[in-house]
Structures are given as C-alpha cells and as structure tokens.
Design a binder for this molecule. Structure first.
Ligand code: NAD
Length: 504
C-alpha cells in the first residue's frame, strides 16, 4: 500500500514560497477527521533571518511608495479577498474546525479592517499651524516604523492577522507574520493574494514556526515592533522580552468573559445570546462568554432556558451545516474535558454534558459537545482558568454589587456583557467594570474596525489596542517640524537671541 506524505506548508519570503533549512516540521491536522493534512515548516534562526531579511530589503522602497499607490494596492487586496472569501473560509475550517459559516464571519470581520486601511491617506494626515510665531510654521507627520512582526494564535488564523497587517502595510511598513503552527495555511493563502493584488515582493512575508521563530522575531534588531495575540503567559513573556529589547510591543492575552444577567432582563433574549456566545466556534474565542452570572431569583428559570437551547445544538463536521465543530487538537479536547470532570468533582452540577456528544462527523474527530455547568463557585478551576472550549459556567449571586465585584476581582479584563432592561443600570455598569470591551444586551462586544480592540489587566500588555486609530499610531511614529521661511522680498533678519523665545 503506498502512502503519500502530507505536503510541506512553507514560509513565504520576497514574494515566493521558501521551504526553509531547519529540517524541523510539525503535523497539521483536520480536527473533524483527526487526519494529518500537512507538515508545517518550523523555522530555525537562519530561516528567520532569511524571511526577516526579505522584509528589511523591501522596507525603504515601500515606505517611499506614494500614498496613492499604496492605497490602490490595499484596495485591490480588499477586492480580491471579498471575491474569494469562501476559499479562505474553507481553509480555516479544514485546519481549525470551526463551521464554514463562522469561518466566513471571521473573514468578513478581517475584511472590515482592510476597508478601514483603505482610508489610510486620511488617517495619516498631520496637522499644520501657520504663524505659530512671526514667520514660523509648524506641521506634524507620521512615518512608518520599518519591519514589524505579527504573531497570531490558532483561533482566528485570518481575522487576527488582519487586525494588524492591513494597517501596518498601508502605513508603509513591511510585515513578517508568524501564524499559529496549528493552522498555518491561511497565512500563505493571504500572502499569495497580496502578490496578486500587486504588492511588491518582500512587503508581506510569512515565518512559520514555534517559540524559536517567535524569539527570533523578538530579538531581531531589524524588527521594530511586535503585535502579539495569544495566551496570557506567552503574551506577558513576549511583552517583557520585546520591550526590554527596546521594541514597541502590544501583546493581547487570554480572557474570562462574564455575562451578567439582571432580574429585569428579557430572559429568552439572554438565553439565546448566552448559548450563541458560549458555544460559537466551540468556545475557542477570546470574546466567548464562559461565565454567566445570574443576579437574584432568575437563576433556575434562566438555566432551564439555556439548557433547552443547548440541547438543540448539532455538533459535527463544520462542512456539513452543523452548529458547532470540533476542538482544534486532541490534546486540547482532552484538556477541556478534564476541566469539566474537575468542575463536577468540585461540586458543580453538569446540566448538559458535552462528553456524551454524538457528533455528525468522523469517529477520530476531536469532539466535545456544548457543556453547561451550574452552581459553579469562584474557587473552582472551571472558573479560575481560561478553558477555551464549549463550557459555560453559571455562577449565582444575590446583587448587582456582588456581580460587579466578581467581574472586577477576575485577573482578566477582555470583554464583559450586561443584560438588563434598565438604561441606568447599564450606564452604571459600564462605568464600574474594569474591562476593556463592554456589551449592553450584546454578548460579544467586538469593536468595529474603526474603533480599537483590546482588554485590560492580564488581557493586554502594552499601551496600544488593535486597529482603529490606536492601530494607526502603533504602526507609525510622529515627527513635528518647526520652520521659518522669510519673505524673499523683505529678507528679514532675526538677530541674536540666546534666551528661550519670549517675544512672539
Ligand atoms: P498560544 O499562546 O499558545 O500561541 C500564540 C502564539 O504564540 C502562536 O503563534 C504560537 O506559536 C506562539 N507560542 C506558543 N508557545 C510559545 C512560547 N513558549 N514562546 C513563544 N511563542 C509561543 O495561544 P493559542 O493557543 O494559539 O491561542 C489561544 C489563546 O489566544 C487564548 O488564550 C485566547 O484567549 C488568546 N486570544 C486572545 C485574543 C485577544 O484579543 N486578547 C484573541 C485571540 C486569542
């Protein structure tokens, strides 16, 4: 019986595939079947130098390319991406496992950042003040940084890189993207699309790999800034190592997002939203709701409504029109199932048990159905840890104050939601909570591309959030120019003045 070895998923440098020389690879699997579908190259430091070198070689010419030309290319990329987004969605589903419809949603949210980046001429406009002193004018400008590194997680192989690279490229930087080794093909597909859109070689590059590749990016003197998204321990590490080396770093970390339901909320709406936000993408979203906090006497009623809805969900192969796909790897599936067991052993009530799922998919897929745990308390590991799976934990409290105290005591601060019929309660909540992104009767409050995305506390290290005007600032640096041009007709002389200017 002949067996073909899975294809190599390469790096991308200077507009072409680059196999690398490290000899190291990792298996890439289809989570719905368990089959190995590719082998991704894992860079060593010389591979990283090769890819970073391509970005360095292209940097000056790209920074000096006119705004008009840069914008045309970003617009062409936007057009191609929109026309071929189903192709990219299919790649995401095949390596990540999320259902096709959700993969398409991911691409559409990324596309919105490309839309935003098409407006870069307006976003880069500086200020101008005439005659700040007699005959003296001041203007400001923002210029690109050079080579920037983007390190992304497995859960959004297209959208998270697109939080950063459209703006970085439009602003005149060159990019090295280091995608997750679990689903690396989307990055290569986007690299080819950039080439088709007319982007000069070397402006967008892909470095495949693991910690070795990440460290090489952080330590390279050619890389001026790092945008990282991933788990909190790695985000902290990247932020500390990068900023100690003098780099500009934004490192977005993990999350534990609460949904607080007040007694006056529309419970059917709240139940619908809790199920969608808890189990969409199998809970593998940094903005997923994982802790539902019921306030007062509504708990039994709300849990029953959520349980009924959860039982209707169909788990299975994301290409078959199911509601929820598999988890990304077998190890991750087993880890999440372990959390459910630990919660049960600690006294949580398993209302819906995803371990008993009968999936619509291959026997070797990494299946775990949606799981609802009630009577969870703050010291249980299902609450203290980011599980990153289809597990919704219900915590019961007696008052609004108790709910806010619970949210604020949590070390993460990515997203939070409140469900209520009271505008006053919602207004107070948005003031009181120590969280970066807040939803009012909206469970996953991901900001639009022209606002900025980012959490507080252990969910983000650094000052700048992603995309929006903060993204433009992150990928550029400012200059202010003060100039004096005399009238050639009068040729005024300023005379000597050694003191700080006083007379204007
Ligand atoms: P991860 O931290 O394991 O990996 C993220 C990136 O870091 C990957 O590119 C990976 O190759 C690299 N990496 C892994 N181990 C490393 C190490 N020891 N040293 C240096 N680099 C290393 O995260 P993941 O499992 O791919 O993604 C899920 C995590 O990402 C969750 O914690 C989730 O909350 C978080 N996330 C956060 C946001 C946000 O906006 N805050 C968005 C998406 C995902």
């Amino acid at each position: 019986m002949s067996q073909t070895s899975p294809a190599l998923i390469t790096h991308w440098a200077a507009g072409t595939a680059y196999a690398g020389r490290s000899g190291r690879t990792a298996d890439v699997t289809n989570p719905a079947t368990g089959a190995v579908t590719g082998r991704v190259a894992l860079a060593d430091t010389s591979d990283a130098e090769h890819v970073i070198g391509a970005a360095r070689a292209a940097a000056t010419a790209w920074a000096n390319t006119s705004l008009a030309r840069r914008t045309q290319i970003v617009f062409a990329f936007r057009h191609l991406l929109d026309a071929r987004k189903e192709e990219l969605a299919a790649i995401i589903t095949a390596e990540h496992g999320k259902v096709l419809d959700d993969a398409l949603g991911e691409v559409s949210r990324g596309l919105e950042v490309v839309d935003f980046a098409c407006g870069i001429p307006h976003l880069l406009k500086g200020g101008y003040s005439e005659d700040v002193s007699t005959g003296v004018d001041v203007h400001s400008k923002r210029q690109p940084l050079g080579v920037v590194g983007i390190i992304s997680p497995f859960n959004f192989p297209a959208m998270v890189p697109m939080w950063f690279f459209p703006i970085a490229i439009a602003a005149g930087n060159t990019v090295v993207l280091k995608p997750s080794e679990k689903d690396p093909t989307a990055a290569l597909w986007m690299a080819r699309l950039w080439r088709e859109a007319g982007l000069p070689d070397g402006v967008f590059n892909v470095l495949q790999g693991d910690k070795v590749a990440v460290d090489a990016l952080i330590d390279s003197p050619d890389v001026k800034a790092i945008s990282f998204v991933g788990s909190t321990p790695i985000a902290r590490y990247v932020y500390e190592r990068g900023s100690q080396g003098g780099k500009r770093v934004q490192a977005l970390g993990g999350a534990k997002n609460h949904m607080v339901v007040l007694p006056d909320a529309d419970l059917d709406h709240a139940a619908d939203q809790a199920v969608s936000a808890g189990f969409g993408s199998a809970g593998e979203r940094c903005m997923a709701i994982s802790a539902l906090v019921t306030v007062g006497p509504i708990a039994d009623d709300l849990v029953a409504k959520i349980a009924d809805r959860t039982r209707t969900l169909r788990t299975g192969d994301g290409t078959r029109g199911t509601d929820m796909g598999p988890l990304v790897t077998r190890e991750h599936r087993d880890k999440v199932a372990g959390y459910v067991a630990a919660g049960e052993a600690a006294g949580a009530k398993v209302v819906v048990d995803g371990r008993e799922v009968r999936p619509d998919g291959a026997a070797d897929g990494f299946w775990l159905g949606p799981t609802l745990l009630d009577q969870v308390t703050p010291e249980m590991s299902v609450y203290t840890d980011e599980i990153f799976g289809p597990v919704l934990s219900v915590l019961r409290v007696d008052s609004y104050d108790e709910a806010v105290a619970l949210v604020n005591a949590n070390p993460y601060g990515n997203g939070v939601a409140i469900f209520t019929a009271s505008g006053g309660a919602a207004r107070k909540f948005e003031h009181d909570v120590e969280v970066g992104m807040i939803g009012v009767n909206v469970p996953i409050p991901v900001p639009m591309a022209y606002y900025s995305f980012g959490g507080w506390k252990n969910s983000l290290f650094g000052d700048s959030h992603a995309h929006g005007t903060e993204g433009v600032h992150f990928f550029t640096r400012g200059k202010v120019v003060t100039s004096r041009w005399g009238d050639p007709a009068t040729r005024p002389t300023s005379g000597l003045e050694l003191a700080f200017p006083k007379n204007h």
